[in-house]
Ligand binder design. Sequence first.
Ligand SMILES: Cc1ncc(COP(=O)(O)O)c(C=O)c1O
Length: 398
Amino acid sequence: MNLSEKSASVPPPSADFVPLIVPEIRGNEWRYIKDCLDTNWVSSVGSYVDQFEKLSAGRAGTSDAVATVNGTSALHIALLVAGVKPDDEVLVSSLTFVAPANAIRYAGAWPVFIDAEPRYWQMDPAQVVEFLERGCRWDGQSLRNRQTGRRVKAILPVHILGHPVDLDPILAVAEKYAIPVIEDATEGLGAQYRKKSLGGIGHIGCFSFNGNKIITTGGGGMLVTNNAEWAARAKYLTTQAKDDPIEYIHHEIGYNYRLTNLLAAMGCAQIEQLDAFVEAKRQIAKRYREALASLPGIHLPEEADWALSTFWMYTLLVDEKKSRIDSRGLLRELTAKRIQTRPLWQPMHRSSAHDSSGSPPCPHADTLYRQALSLPCSVGLTQAAQTRVIEAIVNLAG
Ligand SMILES: Cc1ncc(COP(=O)(O)O)c(C=O)c1O
């Protein structure tokens, strides 16, 4: 039995199940991947890698892009090329998927967790400024955390759920102290901050193309920057730091973080459809907004007037004091109706995997974690399926 026969025998998911978020594959994916197979260019170099890098740089508005095996490796390399050294500190959002905090540890540095602001749920720029101006001291060469004595070497704002972080105050204080800003724009591909594409605004931007992102390569990542020297160094570090490709001579420890041509081919096909995918996500958000806005205790995601959100993930808050149901109760009831939903991530300052003793308090991240629930929002979500989700929520929380 070959694998296609085997997979054909796996029963399809039942027709009434509404998943949280699944890939949308309806463009040139088959054609480009077949081209790789037909030409034997399936591995870690090839024209699709080059093309995917060009297209990604074009979307971010940067001069350079370096493809990586996933988003976490892009973040790891971004921290290294930005000069983060062991025992440095990096300011990062507390309310995020764990990858950026882990990447900081891979570089031997320590995360300082910054709270979310309560309106758009993004890294709070006021707390960043307050921490750098008052929680740190200038030693003549660098900023040092007053509490830990460690050097603060970078700021890593994570644009979550498709909405931008308010970057200007962060960029201003970063410039004052010559600290690089690394945007984790993984959840913000296609979104804009003051009409600029996320990822291309700070000194480096990172993306992931894992299965639930707005475009996917199955697994993959990208680092974008306007700093050609940093881009060249990122390419070097992601390709095993090879100094002589014939003699295999290495002067540094490198990483095998390359994206294959096969996956880059899928990325090229997916990025061609990005605008249509953003539009679909925004339509889904509009329908949820129209249907759910008046439910008591339900807070819907807002879009700042300086933002274009993709609503990559459609997440609402359930205020348990004003609603008939709390977020986890709603999750359980919707699960019983075969509708998949999910809370946000445990905030990083609560994670026992990470040390938050040098971080300021993060009360808003705690509240958001308790109240948030993400609803089905695949690009291909049908109106019928969305109506089912809406009716179920209106029945449970109305
Ligand atoms: C904000 C954020 N950063 C980084 C990652 C990690 O990307 P990857 O899974 O491609 O390593 C993810 C999701 O997976 C994410 O949501």
